[in-house]
Design a protein around this ligand. Structure first.
Ligand code: ADP
Ligand code: MN
Ligand code: MN
Ligand code: MN
Length: 339
C-alpha cells in the first residue's frame, strides 16, 4: 500500500509569492525525502538550468486527505550547492533564531485575509452599486447580513487543528468578507512554518468552495479596511519586566530601523498604512498603550501587568512571516544583548 505526501513550497512570483504544491506517492512506511521541481515555471530558475530542490522542513498529517497522508512544507534549495535559493527566507530565520535562542523570542501573528467570489468580496452585492452597507456591523458579527464565508472559516480551523498547527483564534473583520486567524505564540522559525501551512490550508479549502482567499493588503480602494498581519512579539525579558517592553519599542523606532522594517512589511504598505482605518501613517513611528492608531501598540493588559508583549501593527497581510520574524528578532534582541 501507499500514502500521499503533498509537497508544498513558496515560489518566486513578484511582488508577492504564490504557494505551489504537488503530490508524491510513497510506499507505506517510506520517509519523505528531498524532491525537485521545474523552477522555470515558478520564477525560480531559467529554462536551461531549471531544476530546484525541495527539502522538507515541516511535516504534518494531511487533514484534507486523512489517513496516513501528509503535508510536507519544504524550503527551496539550489541543486549544485544545496544552498538556500534566493526566494528562501526560512534559512535566514533559522540562523537568527539560533543567534538569539537565549532570549527566547515568541511570535503571535494575526493573519487577515479577504474571500473573493466571482471577482468581488464574498457577501458583496452582485447588482446595483456593488457596495454593501458601510463598515460597522461586520467585525466579530453574527447573522446573514453581517457575515460571509463562515463555513469556510470553520472548515479551515478544523483542518489547522487536525494538522496540529498552533492556531490560537479566528474572527470576522471590519470589512464584509474579511476574516482573521491567529498563529502563536511560537518561535521565530515556527511562526513561519505554521503560518505558511495555515495559508496553504486556507487556499486549498476555499478552492473547494470556488472562493479565492486573498492576502492583498488593500483589496478594495476607498473607505474599506486593508488587511494586515499584526505581529505580536516578546522575549523572556519582556515577559518578565516592563523595561524590556519599552526597550523593544525604542529599538524598532531607532534611526534606520523604521525604513528597514517597512521594506520587509509587505507589498503595498503605502496603500494600507494611510493613517486611517486603525493604522499609523507609514511616514511616522510611534508606540503607545492601547493605541490602535500607533505603529506599535502595547496592550492595555501589558501596561497593567508591567510585562508581556508588544504588537507591531504595520506588517501587511502579504508579508513573508519568516522575513518579518527574523528581522524583529534581530532588531530587538541585538540591542538587548548589548545592554
Ligand atoms: P488583537 O486584540 O490585536 O486583535 P489577537 O487576539 O488577534 O489581538 O492576537 C493576539 C496575538 O498575540 C495572538 O496571536 C497571541 O498568540 C499573541 N500573543 C499572546 N501573548 C504573546 C506573547 N507573550 N508573545 C508574543 N505573542 C503573544
Ligand atoms: Mn486580532
Ligand atoms: Mn484584525
Ligand atoms: Mn491586532
Amino acid at each position: 500500500m501507499a500514502y500521499r505526501a503533498e509537497y508544498i513550497w513558496i515560489d518566486g512570483t513578484e511582488p508577492v509569492p504564490l504557494m505551489r504544491s504537488k503530490t508524491k506517492i510513497l510506499p507505506d512506511g517510506a520517509e519523505v525525502g528531498v524532491w525537485g521541481f521545474d523552477g522555470s515555471s515558478t520564477n525560480q530558475a531559467q529554462g536551461a538550468n531549471s531544476d530546484c530542490v525541495l527539502s522538507p522542513v515541516f511535516i504534518t498529517p494531511d487533514p484534507i486527505r486523512g489517513g496516513d497522508d501528509k503535508l510536507v512544507l519544504c524550503e527551496v534549495l539550489v541543486p549544485d550547492t544545496m544552498q538556500p535559493h534566493p526566494t528562501n527566507r526560512r534559512a535566514a530565520a533559522v540562523e537568527m533564531a539560533k543567534s538569539y535562542a537565549d532570549q527566547e523570542p515568541w511570535f503571535g501573528m494575526e493573519q487577515e485575509y479577504t474571500f473573493f467570489e466571482e471577482g468581488r468580496p464574498m457577501g458583496w452585492p452582485r447588482a446595483g452599486y456593488y457596495y454593501p452597507a458601510p463598515q460597522g456591523p461586520y467585525y466579530c458579527g453574527v447573522g446573514a447580513i453581517e457575515i460571509a464565508g463562515r463555513q469556510i472559516v470553520e472548515a479551515h480551523t478544523d483542518a489547522c487543528l487536525a494538522a496540529g498547527l498552533a492556531i490560537s483564534g479566528t474572527n470576522a473583520e471590519v470589512m464584509l468578507g474579511q476574516w482573521e486567524f491567529q498563529i502563536g505564540p511560537v518561535g521565530t522559525v515556527e511562526v513561519g512554518d505554521h503560518m505558511w501551512m495555515a495559508r496553504y490550508l486556507l487556499y486549498r479549502i476555499a478552492e473547494d468552495f470556488n472562493v479565492n482567499a486573498s492576502i492583498s493588503a488593500k483589496p478594495i480602494e476607498g473607505d474599506w479596511n486593508g488587511a494586515g498581519c499584526h505581529t505580536n512579539f516578546s522575549t523572556k525579558a519582556m515577559r518578565e519586566g516592563y523595561d524590556a517592553v519599552i526597550a523593544a519599542c525604542e529599538s524598532l523606532g531607532a534611526p534606520g530601523k523604521i525604513e528597514e522594517h517597512l521594506a520587509a512589511y509587505g507589498h503595498g504598505y503605502e496603500d494600507r498604512l494611510t493613517g486611517d482605518h486603525e493604522t499609523a501613517h507609514y511616514s511616522e513611528y510611534r508606540y503607545g498603550v492601547s493605541d490602535r492608531g500607533a505603529s506599535v501598540r502595547i496592550p492595555w493588559q501589558v501596561a497593567q501587568d508591567q510585562k508581556g508583549y508588544i504588537e507591531d501593527r504595520r506588517p501587511n497581510a502579504n508579508i513573508d512571516p519568516y522575513e518579518v520574524a527574523a528581522l524583529m528578532t534581530n532588531t530587538v534582541c541585538s540591542d538587548w544583548s548589548k545592554r
